[in-house]
Structures are given as structure tokens and as C-alpha cells.
Design a binder for this molecule. Structure first.
Ligand code: NIG
Ligand code: ZN
Length: 416
């Protein structure tokens, strides 16, 4: 049975090919006015000007008047750590009082605090906490999520986190790509000596990643290559092992400085390099030449009081840009990607149209899903948003207002 969403003031189709968009193309929304989208089953069956809509082609079609509203692709969140247990609200208050994120981490808090809480939590409880979180994220407009492990840092706990990501996909029906981030931090038990550190990295490469692949629990591997985490050399060992096991790659890069992460992502042809607060023209050129999507996380810059990645320079230098929440228990627990889209304009200096592309098509492309979600064209999965406004720029102009009237995921109205 088909549903026609008719007479929308704006339909952001983003029609075009599957390549991530860069440069001037980042602002191409292929917008139709007074237009209609037909959803049939899980798919988009037709999109066009309302004057050309032929209801007879879809017998029994139900019509929903969308006059004065905007239809756009549902958001795609390409960088989250949304499977974790507990919270770090205490650290938030410490940081608001002036404490430094890196110092808290070096002292055994930060990521390691979430590792302790996550290790001590059963799979079912972890699933319950994560399900509540991802359901709220969907209410904010995202239907597709990349989910990283990295709060286990041992074989069993990493597998548990990834099994929860799998259950969010298979039991709860979210579209999920999973990433093994066992190289997120050196765990407490490996911090005593250089030998213990080397042994942990070896365990990631020879035990954890192979087991994750054997269980079919991850699409990607990631490494946090930065000050206080992994060096470029260590990151290369992890990415090399992951690549050898057939995983695609992502890199946490240049969050605290020019620490080699962006170069690493380019050298390994990673799908995505993320954070990028400190990035030279040379590093931007390397990402562009290697076809790496630059994923900016403006919520994290805001929460940590750090610089925003230079979105204008990335666009002007022809690097395809995506944006994500980074939803995690420490550096940014934001769940609202439509709000982060606005931050990408105010903080990273994207134009509203560029931010829409960054949070839809380019995010999907960085996850290998550009043929499935991120554009409203015939044949794509019917993942779309109905906005209670007649101009998509209100996502930025009225940032944070409840503009999302409905969310469709695989043709099903899941919100609104
Ligand atoms: N930077 C590294 N990892 C996460 C933060 C994790 C945490 O603080 O728990 C991030 O992407 O911001
Ligand atoms: Zn992250």
C-alpha cells in the first residue's frame, strides 16, 4: 500500500550520484517546490512536482497533505559511541568548573571511567540503556547510525558492546553500521609499562579484531590516534591488522593537535577521518587525494570548549564533509543530530544547505550507504523527515525547536 506525501512546500531530493559531495556540490539540494513523494512499502516509489503526480499509478494510495511543510532525507549519524553504561555527569561539572578533558583522562577518568561502568554491566542492561538513547536520537531525525565499541577494551566486553549494536539493528530495527574501536584507549591494566602497552596493542591486532571479524560483528575498525591515546605508529599497526582482516577503516584524528591521525587516514584510504580540529592545508589535500570523508563533530568542540573544525576550508579545498553527533558519555552526549546540523553552521561555518548534505548524503556515503539512504529519489529506502515549516533553513534559524513532525524509516512512520 502506497502513501503520497503531497504538495510539500520544499522537497530536498539531493538527487545526484552516489559519490560524496565536495566543493560547490556540497550545497546542491536538488530542491523541488510544491512537490510530492510517494512511499510504497519500504521504498520511495516516485518524487516530482505535484502537478505531475498521477494517483492512478498507485491504486489505493493514501494521501497526506504536506502543504506548508518540508520533506527531506532522514539524517544519518556517521560517528557515535552510543552503546555505553552509566554516565559521566560528575566530569561534566568538573569540566564546566575548569578541569581539562585530557587531564581527567590521563588521571584514569574519562574514557576509562566509562570502561569500568560498561565492563560491569550485563548485555541486557547495556541494550536497555542504549535502546532508550537511540530511540531519542531517532526522534531528533536520524534513522541510520554508525556505532563504535571502545568502552570494553578487552575481548569479552568489546564483543558485548558490538553484540548490543547488532541487537539494535536486528531486534529494534535501526539501520546500524558497527565499528570496532578496541584501540580507543590503553586500558588501566596495560598502563604500567611499555611492554604491557605493546602487549595490549598486539592483543587488539591478533585477538580482538580477529574475533570480532570471525563473529561478523563489525563493518569498520577505528583507532583514536591522538595525544594521550595511540601514536601514529601504533595506529598504523591496528589499521594494518584491520585491513588485513577485510574491515574498512575510520580514524579519530587531530582532535588535540597535528598528531598524525589525518595522515594515517589518508595513507590507509580510510572511509572517514573524524574530529579534525587541527588541520593544515597539506593535511586537507591528503584527505582529498585519498578520497577520505572529513567528519566534523561540532557538539564535541562546544562541550569541550575547543576550536571548531574549519568547515569552510574543508569545503573550499574540495574535501567531502560529513557531520555527526559523536554521542558518547564524556566529550559530547548530544543526541540531537538536527541540533548538531545547526552547530555545524554556527561553529564550523557551513552554509545550511552544506550542513544538510553533510548530515545526509555525505554521511551515508562515508558508511557505504549512499545507494540506500540520504537522498529522496525513486528506489531509495523511504527514510525521510516531515518538517513543520516551509523552509529547511529553519533547522538552523530556529535551531533546537521541535520542527520534526514525523520520521519515516524504511517506509514506516516511526515518529509523529
Ligand atoms: N575522542 C575520543 N573518543 C570520544 C570520546 C570518548 C569519551 O570521552 O568517552 C570522542 O570521539 O570524542
Ligand atoms: Zn568518537
Amino acid at each position: 500500500m502506497a502513501v503520497a506525501l503531497t504538495k510539500a512546500a520544499q522537497v530536498l531530493t539531493l538527487a545526484g550520484d552516489q559519490a560524496p559531495r565536495a566543493g560547490a556540490a556540497m550545497a546542491e539540494l536538488a530542491m523541488l517546490e510544491h512537490a510530492t513523494v510517494v512511499v510504497e512499502g519500504e521504498r520511495i516509489a516516485w518524487v516530482g512536482p505535484h502537478a505531475e503526480f498521477d494517483a492512478a499509478r498507485f491504486p489505493g494510495v493514501e494521501t497526506l497533505d504536506c502543504a506548508g511543510k518540508v520533506l527531506m532525507p532522514a539524517l544519518v549519524d556517521p560517528h557515535t559511541h552510543l552503546v555505553w553504561a552509566g554516565h559521566r555527569r560528575d566530569e561534566l561539572e568538573l569540566r564546566l568548573g575548569g578541569a581539562d578533558y585530557e587531564a581527567i583522562f590521563a588521571a584514569g577518568g574519562g574514557i576509562l571511567s566509562s570502561v569500568r561502568q560498561t565492563r560491569a554491566t550485563s548485555e541486557d542492561e547495556l541494550y536497555a540503556q542504549s535502546l532508550r538513547r537511540i530511540t531519542r536520537m531517532r526522534a531528533c531525525g536520524a534513522t541510520t547510525f554508525e556505532i563504535k565499541s571502545g568502552y570494553g577494551l578487552d575481548l569479552e566486553s568489546e564483543l558485548r558492546q558490538l553484540r548490543v549494536a547488532r541487537r539494535l539493528r536486528d531486534e529494534a530495527g535501526f539501520r546500524v553500521k558497527a565499528t570496532c574501536l578496541a584501540a580507543h584507549a590503553i586500558p588501566q591494566e596495560a598502563r604500567g609499562s611499555r611492554a604491557a602497552r605493546a602487549k595490549f596493542i598486539d592483543e587488539v591486532c591478533t585477538v580482538i579484531l580477529p574475533a570480532v571479524v570471525e563473529a561478523g560483528l563489525a563493518d569498520y575498525a577505528d583507532v583514536f590516534c591522538d595525544r594521550g591515546a595511540f601514536t601514529k605508529t601504533e595506529g598504523a599497526m591496528v589499521l594494518d591488522a584491520a585491513h588485513g582482516l577485510g574491515l574498512s577503516l575510520r580514524v579519530h584524528a587531530n582532535e588535540f593537535g597535528h598528531t598524525g591521525g589525518a595522515e594515517l587516514a589518508a595513507e590507509f584510504g580510510a572511509a572517514s577521518a573524524d574530529h579534525l580540529l587541527y588541520l593544515s592545508g597539506e593535511e586537507r589535500a591528503m584527505l582529498r587525494e585519498a578520497g577520505v570523508v572529513a567528519t566534523m563533530l561540532p557538539g564535541t568542540s562546544m562541550v569541550l570548549g575547543k576550536p571548531f573544525a574549519d568547515g569552510r576550508a574543508l569545503v573550499e579545498d574540495g574535501v567531502p564533509v560529513a557531520i555527526a553527533t559523536d554521542c558518547n558519555p564524556g566529550s559530547c552526549a548530544f543526541e540531537n543530530l538536527s541540533m548538531v546540523l545547526a552547530l555545524a553552521c554556527y561553529g564550523n561555518k557551513l552554509a545550511p544547505a552544506e550542513a544538510v548534505v553533510a548530515a545526509t548524503h555525505n554521511a551515508a556515503a562515508s558508511l557505504g550507504l549512499a545507494g540506500e539512504v540520504g537522498r529522496l529519489v525513486e528506489g531509495m529506502s523511504a527514510d525521510l523527515l516531515v518538517l513543520e515549516t516551509d523552509d529547511y533553513r529553519d533547522l538552523v534559524y530556529h535551531a533546537g525547536s521541535p520542527l520534526i513532525g514525523a520520521v519515516y524509516s524504511r517506509g514506516e512512520r516511526v515518529v509523529g
